[in-house]
Design a binder for this molecule. Structure first.
Ligand SMILES: *Cc1c(COP(=O)(O)O)cnc(C)c1O
Length: 387
């Protein structure tokens, strides 16, 4: 089966991990700050906090922004459940904004309309999680303008989008947001096996996230509350209820090594995407559109089936492709239709564009280590399955 995504591991990656295994620190050593600095520099943000997953980073981002029970977090239905669950971890209510029919990202007009209604009802969101779906940057400067106008905070879920840019601004610089979150799961652009990172321009948000990542414990003498000016050498203080969300040095070393190939990964993914665009153009499919000014990292290559009575429907097409060894997938079943969210009162029909998208979409294999011959198998299988 040709997978929809998979990691690319080189000898340099293996050497970097083995070096850590032979070193003094498997965790809480120097490899983690090194990885943080490398990502911060690459995306142009002054602060980066490494954690054990993007899910943890989203949780810490919500906590740093003081999201609480009774508050509201908005995101899109067309995302992985973690983009919404982070709000629930904090006891907040979650609501959704429908997607744009062209970019398949959050619809800025739909966001504006929903904000106007929310303001009238006195129920504005505290936090918006904007998702750069498939690696395509959102219209983030417009979202940021609305954040100023309506007074909410913004987290970019860039789990798909390290290496992407909008109008030359790298995703993760936080020019148009408070915090950006990356995932380093093996199917993503670069991997640390499991792992995530939050970047920000705000030193206070960075400090809150670092504290909460490790039990809420500080060893910073200047912050101590229980000790005077001459604390004993054993002193540490737990000042808040934090977690163990730490990244290991093994993961950080792998991530740092992978980051060196980020530009080539993004270039390769874009080349494969262009090749798909070219060779699938004659088929009854809607192909992805990259908005002007955007560099997509092409984490995913998604096509939408133009349904008719005579052609196979999406499920039939999906099963035919799997039957031919093509590991197609669906990103995403709408989050609000998951049983957990239905139990909270969400119903079909609430976000029609995300629901229609989910009825038509198929994710084709795309990964940096894919060979053209494998892509040709996918293209031929699609052609046959649709004829
Ligand atoms: C993968 C992903 C996550 C979660 O990432 P983990 O590192 O596996 O926790 C969150 N949001 C989106 C959009 C993702 O694709």
């Amino acid at each position: 089966m040709i997978p929809y995504g998979r990691q690319d591991i080189t000898q340099a990656d293996i050497d970097a991990v083995v070096d850590v295994l032979r070193s003094d620190f498997l965790t809480q050593g120097p490899a983690v700050p090194r990885f943080e600095q490398a990502v911060a520099q690459r995306v142009g943000a002054p602060h980066a906090v490494a954690v054990n997953s993007a899910t943890s980073a989203l949780h810490l981002a919500c906590l740093a922004l003081d999201l609480q029970a009774g508050d509201l977090l908005w995101t899109v239905p067309n995302t992985f459940v973690a983009s919404a669950n982070c709000g629930r971890y904090c006891g907040a209510d979650v609501d959704f904004v429908d997607i744009d029919p062209v970019s398949w990202n959050i619809s800025v007009p739909a966001l504006y309309e929903k904000l106007l209604v929310a303001r009238r009802q006195g129920r504005l969101p505290k936090v918006l999680v904007a998702v750069h779906f498939a690696g395509q940057p959102t219209e983030q400067e417009d979202i940021w303008r609305l954040a100023q106008e309506f007074g909410f905070r913004v987290i970019e879920d860039a789990s798909h989008a390290i290496g992407a840019a909008r109008n030359g601004e790298p995703v993760g610089s936080c020019r148009w947001s408070d915090i950006t979150v990356f995932s380093f799961h093996p199917v993503k652009i670069i991997t640390s096996a499991e792992g995530g990172m939050a970047t920000t321009r705000d030193a206070i948000l960075a400090e809150r996230m670092s504290l909460l990542r490790s039990h809420g414990i500080t060893r910073d003498v200047k912050k101590f509350r229980n000790f005077g000016s001459n604390p004993p050498a054993w002193a540490y203080e737990q000042q808040q209820l934090g977690y163990n969300y730490r990244m290991t040095d093994l993961q950080a070393a792998l991530g740092t090594s992978q980051l060196e190939r980020l530009d080539s990964y993004v270039a390769t993914r874009n080349a494969f995407a262009l090749r798909y665009n070219d060779r699938l153009a004659h088929l009854p499919l809607n192909l992805p559109t990259v908005l002007p000014g955007n560099l997509s990292s092409f984490h995913l290559y998604v096509v939408r089936l133009q349904a008719t009575a005579t052609r196979p429907n999406r499920r039939e097409l999906f099963e035919r492709l799997r039957g031919k060894g093509v590991g197609v997938n669906l990103h995403y079943m709408p989050v609000h239709l998951q049983p957990y969210y239905r139990d909270l009162g969400f119903t079909p029909g609430q976000y029609p564009r995300a629901e229609q998208y989910a009825d038509e979409a198929i994710t084709l294999p795309l990964f940096a280590a894919m060979r053209e011959a494998e892509q040709d198998v996918v293209i031929a299988a699609l052609g046959e399955a649709l004829s």
